[in-house]
Design a protein around this ligand. Structure first.
Ligand code: HSE
Length: 418
């Protein structure tokens, strides 16, 4: 089938995103995509669409042979997985925005897509309106992609921006993010980094062919960032951002992380404010490229879904090229990170966790130090999320060459050569 394919849609969910899709489709008749039924949980709620479209019975959509595409934008990951798998098994293409569901079930979904010979597209699941999944999937050859650094959670970026620029306290800023429809219905997912980790897990599969469930790489949110940390950042002409990072190492493996980081004010990522997302890709020959746009909200998310629907008219499928046609990369857990750690009392500082400490500032209310830590020290337990400790990566946090030089110097010192 070619471009004349008619899309008859069954839509699951009519919240901020679902209603956005409905409105956006009404404004784009050229797509030849029509919503036949919308499945919702609460029939008593007032909806801005004809009542005849709504049902509470999922089978009205999943068992309707006329419906050839299921669009799923609900925030219950378990229910979403059931809907998506049933739809694929029933021969329907699927467009999903459920990051958590996708990140948790990617291996099973890869297999099912293959078996069912149907498409499962999910551009809206990472960075909403910024076309990043299809981009890393299609454009960059495995060997050419050196690193991706990104801001992929709109709510935390909104909170950090409002705190830094307008002096809002954390709670106020979070309330605004919720009122604007950026935050997850359980905002802990945003604030503690789960949402960013889910999105990163999806992107790692398309960028490097890795299946890396969120628990398999280091992540945190902005829950421990202290006002002193933002003052330190300002004094260094830096801002704090929640940065997702994937970086190819000289040993051929990939370092994958989602952590708060100090970012220089003239870095591309510092330019990303409020609910916007930004992705910096470094590749051979092209050097740096920067993608920027709205990463949350009704219409930006609907726009990514619209693009997936348009792609379905051409029977587009993700090929998972980096996984199936290249040697997929592995994650490296031995990497050394340059970190800043702030804490209340010196007793809270576990010096033995550091490879070395480069800088140290004692204050009356709070103190901080900067040094190098091996990732394994951070994954063995959560000491760095306790006792009021705040851990933030320094700019260019991954140490490769410096480490080698330092270790060499140390061994020379031990041997009495210098
Ligand atoms: N809660 C998400 C965010 C919504 O703030 O980025 C978009 O995925």
């Amino acid at each position: 089938m070619g471009t004349d394919k008619q899309l008859t849609i069954g839509l699951f969910g009519f919240g901020v995103v679902g209603e956005g899709i409905y409105k956006v489709l009404e404004q784009t008749p050229s797509l030849r995509a029509r919503i036949k039924k919308i499945c919702i949980k609460n029939p008593a709620k007032r909806r801005n669409a004809p009542a005849a479209l709504f049902t509470t019975d999922k089978n009205d959509l999943l068992q309707d042979n006329d419906i050839n595409v299921i669009v799923e934008v609900i925030d219950d990951a378990d229910a979403a997985f059931e809907i998506v798998t049933t739809a694929l098994q029933n021969g329907k293409d699927v467009v999903s925005a459920s990051k958590k569901m996708l990140a948790e079930h990617l291996p099973a979904l890869l297999e099912l897509q293959e078996r069912a010979d149907r498409s499962l597209l999910y551009e809206a699941a990472a960075c909403a309106s910024v076309p990043v999944i299809r981009n890393v999937e299609e454009y960059y050859d495995n060997d050419l992609l050196h690193s991706i650094t990104a801001i992929i959670n709109g709510s935390t970026n909104y909170i950090l921006t409002k705190m830094t620029e307008e002096g809002l306290d954390f709670k106020q800023a979070l309330t605004e993010a919720r009122q604007n429809g950026f935050a997850e219905s359980n905002p802990v997912l945003d604030v503690e980094g789960y949402d960013a980790a889910n999105k990163w897990s999806i992107l790692l599969t398309h960028a490097y062919g890795m299946i890396a469930a969120p628990g398999s790489f280091l992540f945190s949110g902005i829950q421990h960032v202290h006002s002193l940390d933002t003052e330190v950042a300002a004094s260094r002409k830096q801002v704090i951002k929640l940065v997702a990072r994937a970086q190819k190492l000289t040993n051929g493996k990939v370092a994958a992380l989602v952590l708060p980081q100090f970012v220089s004010v003239d870095d591309h990522l510092a330019f990303v404010r409020n609910e916007y997302n930004g992705v910096v890709i470094e590749s051979s020959f092209a050097d740096k490229q920067f993608f920027y746009g709205k990463g949350a909200g009704s219409f930006p998310t609907a726009s990514a879904i619209l693009s997936d629907l348009a792609a379905l008219r051409y029977n587009y499928k993700y090929e998972y090229k980096k996984r199936y046609h290249h040697k997929p990369h592995e994650t490296d857990h031995q990497i050394f990170l340059r970190v800043y750690l702030s804490f209340q009392t010196v007793a809270d500082l576990p010096r033995e966790k550091f490879e070395w400490i480069e800088e140290w500032h004692a204050g009356q209310e709070r103190s901080y130090c900067c040094g190098v830590i091996v990732v394994e020290r951070l994954t063995e337990n959560d000491w760095w999320k306790q006792n009021g400790i705040s851990l933030i990566l320094l700019p260019d946090p991954i140490v490769e060459e410096t480490l080698t030089r330092k270790l060499r110097q140390r061994s020379l010192e031990l041997a009495g050569v210098i």
